[in-house]
Design a protein around this ligand. Structure first.
Ligand SMILES: Cc1ncc(COP(=O)(O)O)c(C=O)c1O
Length: 320
């Protein structure tokens, strides 16, 4: 990566076609279905701005902030449909999403799968069925956390020959731990849609450093396999550490590399816990109050010794 810094003195290729080819191969699509973006966030904002219809946009929550903000900044109506807290562990069903679309007839629906922060995954066949049922609605599936799953090849969307109204977003920020590099992609069921989107975004969308690295990253099979092996074990270990030390936290099921925990102590909320953990133990967890979940924290699993240290620190705070 250090030697690639020399590339910064040069412009990247104007239209990033070979980088899009590498990404397309990575996700098993044709090169003309994939548009490289400066991360998923820029893909989200650009997709909202590219919507032709002024009908509202539905966002299924609680979820990542950017969908709602992109819609609001584009001066469009957003309809946020959120799962009740008691049902957070339940993935959206086809009928629930169909009802949301039928009631609103939106220009687009954004859903995150696996979802940040709940970790829920909506099955590909559910999304395919919704695309068939609602061809007038663009279905955008943010799969930023999907590459963490070793079974992701069967789950990534769109798949070849997929629906014209389906767009998938994938980021390299999380899986490769490179959020500063700003690399992501939008994958379209319809190559013409991809072509329009690419033209709308224009040339020079990523840096020459990003352009240089993208193919090496997605072809780094050793890194990928090592990450898959450790991430699953880390997640299992975190749950058993929390249970072993007897801390008053309930883990929710997850399909993501992180997990939600409900705080079971009535006088402790998520902000309080996260702030005290940072101050007293210098450890960071995410309070989900920003998602409207003031009794839930989100934890990224770590190495066994870190999971244990974190669980003990959480117990010390919750017990006092
Ligand atoms: C669901 C989701 N999508 C996208 C992003 C941002 O990805 P990127 O760095 O590619 O913009 C995040 C970051 O937290 C996220 O949680």
């Amino acid at each position: 990566m250090r030697s690639s810094a020399e590339d910064l003195a040069q412009y990247p290729p104007l239209w990033h076609l070979s980088e899009e080819g590498a990404l397309a191969e990575w996700i098993g699509l044709a090169a003309d279905q994939v548009v490289i973006t400066a991360g998923s966030t820029s893909g989200i904002f650009a997709l909202v701005n590219s919507l032709q219809s002024r009908r509202p946009v539905v966002v299924l929550g609680p979820t990542f902030w950017a969908y709602r903000q992109a819609v609001e900044l584009a001066d469009r109506d957003v309809v946020l449909i959120s799962r009740p807290t008691a049902d957070l562990a339940k993935p959206w069903s086809e009928e629930e999403i169909a009802q949301a679309i039928s009631q609103t007839r939106p220009a687009a629906l954004f859903l995150c799968s696996p979802n940040n922060p709940t970790g829920n995954l909506v099955a590909g066949d559910v999304i395919g069925a919704l695309c068939d049922r609602f061809p007038e609605t663009k279905i955008v599936v943010d799969q930023t956390y999907l590459p963490f799953r070793s079974d992701w090849t069967e789950m990534r969307l769109p798949s070849p020959g997929s629906h014209a109204n389906l767009v998938g977003l994938i980021s390299l920020s999380k899986f490769y731990c490179l959020p500063g590099l700003r690399l992501g992609l939008a994958a379209f069921g319809d190559a013409e849609e991809a072509w329009r989107f690419r033209n709308r975004l224009g040339p020079l969308r990523i840096s020459s450093l990003g352009a240089r690295l993208v193919s090496d990253l997605v072809n780094d099979v050793e890194y990928r396999d090592r990450t898959w092996a450790t991430i699953v074990e880390a997640g299992i270990d975190l749950v058993s550490c929390v249970s072993d030390v007897g801390v008053a936290l309930t883990p929710l099921p997850t399909a993501a590399p992180f997990r939600l925990f409900r705080i079971d102590k009535p006088d402790m909320d998520a902000d309080m816990l996260a702030n005290r953990l940072l101050k007293e133990a210098r450890m960071r967890i995410t309070s989900c109050s920003v998602y409207g979940l003031d009794r839930h924290i989100r934890i990224m699993a770590g190495l066994p010794k870190d999971n244990r240290r974190l669980s003990l620190a959480l117990r010390a705070i919750i017990d006092n």
